[in-house]
Every structure is written in structure tokens, then in C-alpha cells.
Design a binder for this molecule. Structure first.
Ligand code: TYD
Length: 133
């Protein structure tokens, strides 16, 4: 499975806490794009796609949601619920996001600019790509 949880160092003192992500250091790729998801709804699902090239780190800055990660052979569920844990997802991984808490905010660091052409949005096409059928 081409994903992992990254534990981020927290700089904390009486003023609060801070986490830093740097391209090529604790973020394994150079960061080309940052986007964020907010005003999420518990009964709504997102994602349901894979990427041919894109690598990402996703952080639940606030709240929680569940990721389903699928490499075409197995499926695993991962909860993102801490601002000091990053979910790294590499290439060719199908992902679905669900069970958003009210007001969940996700920040996503991406290795490429947005390019709809490198998305795989059809699950059967994804299975064909990764399993070579
Ligand atoms: P979508 O891929 O459906 O989001 P999710 O991965 O959460 O399911 O993207 C929603 C819309 O936003 C879609 O019209 C594409 C657009 N979009 C951009 O224009 N730029 C971006 O960087 C991203 C991630 C999405």
C-alpha cells in the first residue's frame, strides 16, 4: 500500500502549538500546490479517485474524517483526527473520504499542479491500470 502516516514534530509552548512541513524534508516531495477542504458534511463522501502522478500529504487541521485507501488488491481504513499527523498518499492509490465531523478542515499539500487529466475517476479503469488487466 503506497501510503503512510507521518508523525510531525510539534513546537509547543504556553502560547500554543506549531507544525512545519518543508518540501524534500519532512514532506517527501517538493510542494507545488496547497488546497484545503472545509464546510464538510457528515453524510457526504468525497474523493473516489486515484492519481497517476500526484503525491499528497493530508492533514486534518481541525476535526476528523475517515480515509479508505485501496491499491486495487486490498482496502484499508485510516482515521485522520490530529493536526500533528499527516497522511502521505503516493501514486496509484484509490482514496475515498467519509464520516467527516462537522467543521472538519483538511489541508492538502500536493506534488503537482492541478491537472484533471492525471485523475482516474472510474474505479474499473483504476483496477485495470494497477492490475494490468
Ligand atoms: P474533487 O476532485 O471533486 O475534490 P475531492 O478530491 O475532495 O473529491 O474537486 C472538486 C472541484 O474542485 C472539482 O471541480 C475540481 C476542482 N479542483 C481544482 O480546481 N483545483 C484543485 O487543486 C482541486 C483539488 C480541485
Amino acid at each position: 500500500m503506497n501510503y503512510k502516516i507521518i508523525d510531525m514534530k510539534v513546537f509547543g509552548d504556553e502560547r500554543g502549538k506549531l507544525v512545519s512541513l518543508e518540501g524534500g524534508m519532512n514532506c517527501p516531495f517538493e510542494i507545488k500546490r496547497v488546497y484545503y477542504i472545509f464546510d464538510t458534511m457528515p453524510d457526504q463522501e468525497r474523493g473516489k479517485h486515484a492519481h497517476k502522478e500526484l503525491e499528497q500529504i493530508i492533514v486534518a487541521i481541525d476535526g476528523a474524517c475517515q480515509f479508505v485507501l485501496d491499491d486495487g488488491k486490498t482496502r484499508e481504513e485510516v482515521w485522520l483526527n490530529r493536526p500533528d499527523k499527516g497522511l502521505y498518499i503516493g501514486k496509484n492509490m484509490w482514496r475515498e473520504m467519509r464520516h467527516f465531523s462537522y467543521g472538519c478542515k483538511l489541508m492538502i499539500l500536493a506534488s503537482t499542479h492541478y491537472d484533471e487529466k492525471e485523475y482516474i475517476r472510474d474505479y474499473d479503469v483504476f483496477l485495470n491500470e494497477v492490475n494490468g488487466k
